[in-house]
Design a protein around this ligand. Structure first.
Ligand SMILES: [Fe+2]
Ligand SMILES: [Fe+2]
Length: 412
């Protein structure tokens, strides 16, 4: 049915905007559900591109019709808990795939429905173009239509309305092999036997940083659309960092094998990876998921963007001057891009922290409190990955130092 009035058209476009927002967030959930980096990359990109389309439509609705920019909330049709996609702490892959397919089809069908009203006048040509880009190229599923239910009117900014999965998978290239309680994770060095383990371990952290962004975008409602766009940008950035650093590490395996004695444990790891595509050792603490799962949105922003990524900008500058970067121009370029990305991630963290806590005193107190609780958040992850009960860990680690001090780099 063709809209008859500008008011009706505005309503139809707002429905489309809501569906795009939901679809972006469902892509974020799919990125979380897939541990293999190539799959994660596809959904992180979908999250980014869909949210960018939503931002454009929101801006055009504001410019053209003065539609006020509102806060984002899951529609009842797409809320992962209500839709049976996130149940008992697990992401249900088959219903998620089918929900993604049907929402994509509904967006396209709705765009087809709205388009004639926009074709009728040149005065709406920017909207015609934006809506035209939402029309799919393949035949859509019949009978699937918007609108979704109107979002609830509001709640507290950043409120967790769903809880993310209770665990995350790890890319099968890796095998949890050592605990950070006993052994530090590999340090950066320009020698190949240092660089290869360092970069495959870094790729795990990078993939996890993307997971934290996806998790916050899935769980938290009642924030401006720009928040989800920022999470989507960082989510996609981080998976691309993960992909590059992993491939870079693997590219060193050949030259490294020719340097190592056949009896070297690292040579055995590389030969096994070549044979099986698996077995690269990573910490048993995995990705410190539980450090972030139970944290509030503001605490996550402090733990990751403020306390980890802001200092990483300087660290990347040092890496850029390394012998390894001088010998590998592709690595040098990636580090430069990564450093630019980290600056934007730091800005994202600070800007949303200011949004959530506009009062500077409250904000400072929250940062101080999170710094104090940081060790507890880290021990939660150790406990969840078999390191002992919280009581045991607290009595072991109170007042001592350990390799867990590496955990500032849990995500970057
Ligand atoms: Fe980052
Ligand atoms: Fe990164």
């Amino acid at each position: 049915m063709r809209p008859h009035s500008i008011n009706q058209l505005k309503g139809e476009l707002q429905v489309l905007l809501r569906a795009l927002t939901d679809f972006g967030r469902l892509n974020a959930l799919a990125a979380l559900a897939h541990p293999v980096v190539t799959d994660k990359l596809r959904y992180a990109r979908g999250f980014y591109e869909t949210t960018r389309q939503a931002i454009l439509l929101e801006e055009l609705l504001y410019q053209k019709f003065q539609v006020k920019k509102g806060f984002v909330a899951w529609s009842a049709d797409c809320n992962p808990r209500l839709a049976g996609v996130l149940t008992d702490g697990s992401i249900e892959q088959t219903p998620l795939r089918s929900l993604l397919r049907s929402v994509r089809a509904a967006i396209s069908n709705h765009a087809i429905l709205v388009r004639p009203a926009l074709d009728a006048t040149e005065m709406l040509s920017e909207l015609r173009q934006a809506v035209g880009e939402l029309i799919g190229t393949s035949p859509e599923l019949d009978g699937i239509r918007l609108p979704f239910d109107q979002s609830p009117s509001g709640g507290e900014a950043g409120e967790k309305v769903v809880r993310g999965p209770s665990t995350l998978g790890v890319d099968p290239a890796f095998t949890p092999s050592y605990s950070l309680l006993n052994q530090p994770s590999p340090s950066f060095g320009s020698q190949l036997h240092e660089a290869a383990p360092y970069y495959w371990t870094l790729s795990l952290r990078e993939a996890f940083a993307s997971d934290v962004c996806a998790l916050s975008a899935v769980e938290c409602d009642y924030l401006p659309l720009q928040f989800y766009a920022d999470m989507a940008k960082q989510c996609w950035d981080e998976v691309r960092h993960a992909r590059f650093y992993f491939d870079f590490s693997v590219s060193l395996f050949g030259p490294l094998l020719s340097q190592l004695p056949a009896s070297s444990p690292l040579a055995a790891v590389i030969r096994n990876y070549h044979d099986t595509g698996s077995g690269l050792p990573i910490p048993t603490e995995l990705n410190f998921y539980h450090t972030f799962l139970d944290a509030t949105l503001a605490e996550r922003l402090i733990l990751m963007q403020v306390r980890t990524e802001t200092p990483a900008i300087k660290r990347l500058g040092v890496r850029l001057q390394s012998e390894l970067a001088a010998q590998h121009p592709d690595l040098a370029q990636a580090i430069e891009i990564d450093r630019c990305d980290e600056k934007s991630h730091s800005r994202i963290g600070w800007s949303w922290l200011r949004f959530l806590f506009p009062d500077p005193v409250q904000r400072r107190l929250l940062i101080e409190r999170t710094d104090l609780l940081r060790s507890l958040f880290i021990l939660l992850s150790v406990s969840h990955t078999g390191g002992g009960t919280m009581g045991e860990l607290l009595s072991t680690f109170s007042g001592t130092s350990s390799h867990l001090q590496d955990a500032p780099e849990v995500a970057s």
